[in-house]
Each structure stands twice: as structure tokens, then as C-alpha cells.
Design a binder for this molecule. Structure first.
Ligand SMILES: [Zn+2]
Length: 293
């Protein structure tokens, strides 16, 4: 089997898996890989990714001109070209509409909380690229903002995009995003995620080197940093603790089923125990320091 025929077979297999896992419906989604230094092998438009054959693929140059193939390349080709342009290290791109991750994209909720070690070490954060009309040049412009620092992102009101060192690596990142979205949804239904502390996120980032994980940018575990060169993750300072309650909750009252939220101070002494939020604790310490001074 030649290198090209092996890549064609890999795209067919990844398409089959995307469709089998319902990450695409009907003719949704598209897959591409680099073919040498100056060409791309890409899924054609208007075919179901679950039923492709190796001969269906198109070959284009890096400007998107079709060089070979009976069919026209994917309608999202411009988005793929933009990823390869911005990321010389990327060998393959996968786009799909996995339903739970796409639900987050539709709700405008990025998957950027420090929740799972596996996600932090691999993808870091999964931001949402602003809405753009599919298949137009708006979409590559929206993707450009995040692709330099991220191997995976949600596309607002659309789906998800992943990039990798080969087509399976890109596909597995799509699996990770959908799996993470599913776990995040369940955690929210059960009252909300307990976030991993910033110090632990730093430790996990150190493990990237240990495990040979090549990430396009470092994790910035600070929600106030606005920097497109980093993977911004929401992780509160834990003062040595590995898991801390979410300190960044909105001022709106928490849902009644948030079992891990400390109840009001006055209602919380019936077991001879006083529990304080970090905010309350630091206010008490400051007050004590003031009174000593
Ligand atoms: Zn799409």
C-alpha cells in the first residue's frame, strides 16, 4: 500500500467512526490530511462520511485548487486551508457536529474550566470561535483567532474543529471534546463542576513534557488573561489544595441542588462545624489583621 492509498484508507476509517458515533448526520463534516509538502487529500462535498470509499477523495493544492478527483472538495475547504496555513505542524484536520459539544457551542459556553486532567494535558482549553456563515471566508477568519494556540475548538452555532499530527490524532481530539462535553453536562446537571486548583493545573502542565505531549501553547490558569497565544483555563487559586470550589460563580443565587455550595454561615453551625468560603475566610483574616494592627 502506498503512502497515499494508506491516507485515503485512514480518512475512510475516520469518516466511518465519526458517523458511527453520531458526530455527523447526513453529509455533515469533513476531513483532510497533508499529502507531502504542497498538497492536501480531502473528503468531497455532499457525501455521507459513514459510507465513503478511498477513490472519492480530492487532491488540492494549499490554495484549494483541485488537482485530482471526480468530485469537488469539501464546502468547508477554506477552513481547512486556514488551519494548515497557520499551523505548519498540523498534518490533519477534522470537522464534525458532535451533538453535546455542539450544544455547548450553541449555548455559547466554552469548555474552558479546569475539570479533567486528561483534557488539561492534551487540549488545555476548548474555546468557541465566533459565529460565521459556514463555507464562507468568515469561518476561516473566526478560526484564525484560536488555531495558533489550540488543537481543538467549538464553532459557535455550528460544531467543532480539531487538528493533529495525523488524521487519527485529530479524530481522537474530537472524541475527547465530545466526551468532555458529556461529562461537563452531567456535572452541571448534578450541581456543577468542582474545579481543579490553579497550582494543580501548573503541575499537569509540567506533565505534558514528561509524557511528550506537544501542545501549541501553554495553559494560562488565570481567567483575567486575554491572550490569544495561550490556552486560557478557568482554575481558581487553591492555596495548595488540588480541588477547590468554584470561586468564580456569578452573583445570581446558586441552584438549590448545588450540594457543595456552603450554605449561609448562620445556618451552618448545627453540627458544631463552621464552614467558610475562601472569600469569607480572607475577609475574616483581613479583619483580624486590621484589629491587630
Ligand atoms: Zn459543519
Amino acid at each position: 500500500m502506498t503512502a497515499e492509498s494508506a491516507l485515503r484508507a485512514d480518512i475512510v476509517e475516520v469518516g466511518r467512526r465519526l458517523y458511527a458515533r453520531a458526530y455527523t448526520a447526513s453529509n455533515d463534516g469533513n476531513i483532510s490530511v497533508r499529502l507531502g509538502t504542497d498538497r492536501l487529500l480531502m473528503t468531497p462535498k455532499s457525501v455521507c462520511k459513514g459510507f465513503m470509499t478511498p477513490d472519492m477523495m480530492c487532491i488540492t493544492d494549499l490554495e484549494g485548487r483541485k488537482l485530482q478527483g471526480d468530485r469537488d472538495p469539501s464546502s468547508e475547504m477554506l477552513m481547512h486551508l486556514e488551519v494548515y496555513r497557520q499551523r505548519p505542524d498540523v498534518q490533519a484536520v477534522v470537522h464534525a457536529h458532535p451533538p453535546i459539544a455542539t450544544g455547548f457551542a450553541v449555548a455559547g459556553i466554552p469548555l474552558n474550566k479546569a475539570v479533567l486532567a486528561e483534557v488539561l494535558t492534551t487540549l488545555g482549553s476548548i474555546p468557541i470561535a465566533e459565529y460565521a456563515t459556514p463555507s464562507t471566508s468568515e469561518l476561516p477568519a473566526a478560526v484564525r483567532k484560536y488555531i495558533k494556540a489550540h488543537d481543538g475548538m467549538l464553532l459557535a452555532n455550528h460544531g467543532a474543529l480539531t487538528a493533529g499530527a495525523d488524521v487519527f490524532a485529530a479524530y481522537y481530539k474530537m472524541e475527547t471534546i465530545e466526551h468532555f462535553a458529556k461529562i461537563s453536562l452531567v456535572a452541571r446537571l448534578l450541581g456543577g463542576e468542582n474545579l481543579i486548583a490553579r497550582e494543580e493545573v501548573d503541575r499537569l502542565q509540567g506533565l505534558r513534557g514528561t509524557y511528550g505531549i506537544k501542545a501549541p501553547a501553554p495553559i494560562c490558569a488565570d481567567p483575567v488573561v486575554e491572550d490569544a497565544t495561550c490556552q486560557v483555563v478557568e482554575a481558581p487559586a487553591g492555596r495548595g489544595l488540588r480541588l477547590v470550589p468554584d470561586l468564580l460563580e456569578s452573583p445570581a443565587p446558586a441552584p438549590a441542588n448545588r450540594h457543595h455550595d456552603p450554605p449561609p454561615l448562620s445556618a451552618n453551625t448545627d453540627e458544631g462545624e463552621i464552614r467558610l468560603t475562601y472569600r469569607e475566610l480572607s475577609a475574616l483574616i483581613q479583619e483580624a489583621i486590621r484589629s491587630v494592627g
